[in-house]
Design a protein around this ligand. Sequence first.
Ligand code: NDP
Length: 267
Amino acid sequence: MSCFEWRDAPEGDFAVLGDPVSHSLSPKMHGAAYAELGLELRYLAIRVELSEFDQALDHLVALGYQGVNVTVPLKEVAFEWCESLEDGAWRYGAVNTIRLGDRAGMNTDVPGFLSVLRAHSVEPGSRVLVLGAGGSARALIRGLLDEGYAVRGWNRTRAKLDAVVEGLDIEVLDGIDVRDCEAVVNATSASLGGFDLPVEWSQASDGCLAFDLAYGKELSPFLRGASGRGLPVTDGLPMLVEQGALAFEWWLGRPAPRTAMLRSVGL
Ligand code: NDP
C-alpha cells in the first residue's frame, strides 16, 4: 500500500498519519466506503514524525484536507493540537480522529473497542483485565470504568501503570491473573514483535474472551494460547473497522457502509 511523506503528500480529503504508517489498512477501508457510496473522496496514508506534527498539519490544511486519523506515536500530540474535544476525549488523553477545519478531536478507539466487547456479550459489570499501560490501555481503562466494568490491570513496568491509573478504581496486579475474568485485553504492543505474554490460560474461566488489539495475517501468540484452551478470541480488526466507521460518520454526517468496510479488510 502506498504511503507518502507529509512534505510530498498530494491533495486529498482524509488521511491516516503515523510513523510507521505504511502497514495501515485505513486507506483500503475508507476507500471501500467511498466506492460503496459513490463518493469522490481520497484517503491516504501519510508518514509524519512526532517532532513535525504541527508543521505537517498546517501543510495538510493548506492542501485542503478535511480530516485525519492518527496512530502510533501521534495520539497524545494530536490531543494537544486540538482546540475542542468531543465525546469524552478529554478524559482519555488521546485523540485518534481530527476534523481539521475547526481543530476538533475525538477518540473513536474507545467506542470501537467497547462495541467489540458488547458484540461478544461482555457487558458492563463484567470483570475485564487490561494488559499494558500505553496510550491505548490508558484510554480503554477510562472507557471501561465509565461504562461500569470492573477493571484489573497489569503492565510489564508496574510503575508506569500505577501512574496511569492514579486515582482510578482499578485493581493493579503484579502478575497476570486471568481467573474470574470475562475478558482479557492485550493492549500491549508485544504481538507486533511476535512476543507472547506470561498468561496461564488454563486458569481462565470457560467463555473468557481473549482480545488482542493487534492484528495480522496469523493469530498472535497471545490469541493462539487462548484458542488452544478453547476460549473465544478476537484480534484488533473488528475494532479497527468500528473506529473507522465512527470517524467516517463524524466527518461526513452519514451512516458508514460497515459491511463494505468489513469486507475490505477480509472480515
Ligand atoms: P504504546 O507504545 O503506547 O504502549 C506499549 C505497551 O506495550 C506498554 O505498556 C509496554 O510496556 C507494552 N509492551 C511492549 N512490548 C512488550 C512486551 N514484549 N511484553 C510486555 N509488554 C510489552 O502502544 P499503544 O498503546 O499505542 O498500542 C498498543 C497496541 O494496540 C499496539 O499493538 C497497537 O497496534 C494496538 N492498537 C490497535 C488498535 C485497533 O484499532 N485495533 C487501536 C489502537 C492500538 P512497558 O510500559 O513495560 O514498556
